[in-house]
Design a protein around this ligand. Structure first.
Ligand SMILES: [Zn+2]
Length: 479
């Protein structure tokens, strides 16, 4: 292999030498003659590598998350569309049903599983950001563990390389459900990259033309503005997402595989042996009819729904994902955004991921995105609920605020209720910590959601009421 490469490059060098000698001779022959020169042909400028152009870019967190969209992707590929996939992490924090490997050892395996799973659908343009797998529901913790800025720079680069017409990703928001912070982080970073990849002032080294041969810093990519972004939620509830975007049946038969699209999704998922070996082994022992029966019961055959984030090419909310897309680039449009000045002199509001998402939706023109009111979370029984709060004082003197909580029976405040003092013209953070009770014996692993309310008073009047809906479960990711 190595010798062959040496021989090939030696031949190429000889040919180049002969060509240059030939050109020199031709110039000698023409030299001195007064004959008019033939016009110099234009130098053909190089273009971006067409092999990496995509119609759809899927941005998810962990190897196997692509399963949220594979049935639709199989359909799009049937229609000749090109798909690329980016994972935020390599999934090193997950379980391993096959061997002893964990952490970085497992991550090395899961990267290959993800590549093979995508390959079953014909997707080979697959990349991984260097985010670390984070077990928790707080998107801010996941973003920190991913090194947010680094992850964003990487994803903007990949968006400029793959030039997608449409981006598909997790819905940035927090809900009762799996509500994985990494899933949310994928949606956050994908949304930010959607709004930044077309801006030539963002990571300008990426879009600068190389200044020299074998340039080591400037990348020669082009700014790229994708045309639409769609989300799939990581929530259990479905009510607030209905009609917010297109829906696809997964039961239609694929032209290429002659099987329904849900089957393509299932066969891709089976490759993730570390995550689902027992499930895959069970499938191996079943015939097609038995698999179909089981899948109908397990929800694999349910229609696949998306939420429209935004379209820069118009169209209706429930229009098909690729409707109205024409080839060629569209102009970059910098989203306009201003932060409203607060009205009240003293106010207590919910902080943490909830206030982040509130600002995020405004900053990215996504205020129509469904989000639960009141804010909700599912937590493991007998753990602690932390309610993060902003205490804002816009007056010229320090103010005292009294915090109190109304809780379901058996739950108790363990820290930080009572009086707090915030300085003049300051916004300070605090938190109320609540010890949760147990799931009742009659419940099947989970209780119905209950309300928790924190009231804030200052100078004898209410300055804030924060209500959250909390569902207790036998098992849930930490807050
Ligand atoms: Zn995941």
């Amino acid at each position: 292999m190595r010798r062959g490469w040496k021989v090939a490059s030696a031949i190429a060098a000889t040919v180049a030498l002969l060509l240059s000698v030939g050109t020199a001779r031709a110039q000698d022959a023409a030299g001195g003659a007064a004959a008019p020169k033939a016009p110099t042909p234009a130098v053909e400028l190089r273009e971006p590598d067409a092999r990496y152009k995509s119609d759809i870019l899927l941005v998810v967190a962990h190897p196997d998350d692509e399963g949220a969209a594979t049935a639709y992707l199989a359909r799009a590929i049937d229609e000749g569309k090109r798909v690329a996939v980016v994972y935020g992490t390599r999934g090193g924090n997950g379980g391993n049903e096959v061997g002893t490997e964990q952490a970085s050892g497992l991550a090395a395996i899961r990267e290959i599983e993800a590549r093979r799973a995508n390959a079953t659908l014909g997707i080979t343009n697959v990349w991984f950001l260097d985010g670390k797998d984070t077990a928790g529901q707080d998107v801010l913790v996941s973003l920190a563990n991913w090194e947010h800025g680094v992850a964003l720079e990487q994803l903007v680069r990949l968006m400029r390389l793959t030039r997608p017409e449409v981006v598909l990703t997790f819905l940035p928001g927090t809900f009762i459900g799996e509500d994985h912070g990494d899933h949310q982080a994928a949606g956050v970073v994908a949304t930010e990259a959607f709004d930044l990849a077309g801006d030539p002032t963002v990571f300008p080294n990426q879009v600068a033309e190389p200044l020299k041969r074998l340039e080591a810093y400037l990348e020669g990519l082009r700014p790229w503005q994708p045309k639409k972004i769609f989300y799939f939620p990581d929530a259990e509830r479905e009510d607030i997402f209905k009609g917010m975007g297109p829906a696809y049946s997964v039961k239609e038969i694929s032209k290429s595989t002659k099987k329904p699209y849900w089957r393509a999704a299932l066969d891709a998922f089976r490759v993730h042996q570390t995550q689902a070996k027992s499930f895959a082994d069970r499938l191996d022992k079943m015939d097609d009819a038995a698999i179909e029966k089981m899948m109908q019961a397990d929800g694999w055959a349910d229609e696949q729904r998306f939420v429209l984030g935004k379209s820069l090419v118009g169209g209706g909310t429930t229009d098909p994902i690729l409707a109205g897309i024409e080839s060629g680039s569209i102009a970059f449009r910098r989203p306009a955004f201003s932060v409203e000045a607060p009205k009240d002199e003293v106010a207590v509001t919910l902080a943490g991921p909830w206030s982040f998402y509130d600002e995020f939706r405004k900053a990215h023109q996504l205020t129509h995105l469904p989000h639960p009111e009141p804010p909700e979370i599912a937590l493991q029984e007998n753990t602690t609920l932390v309610i993060p709060l902003w205490v804002r004082n816009s007056t010229g003197e320090a103010r005292e605020v009294t915090l109190s909580a109304e809780l379901p029976q058996g739950w108790s405040v363990t820290s930080r209720a009572g009086k707090v003092k915030v300085g003049a013209n300051q916004t300070a953070g605090t938190r109320v910590e609540i010890a949760l009770g147990s799931v009742s014996d009659t419940a099947k692993g989970r209780d119905g959601a209950k309300l928790v309310t924190v009231r804030a008073e200052s100078g004898g009047k209410s300055v804030g009421v924060v209500t959250m809906k909390v569902e207790l479960r036998k098992k849930a990711l930490p807050e």
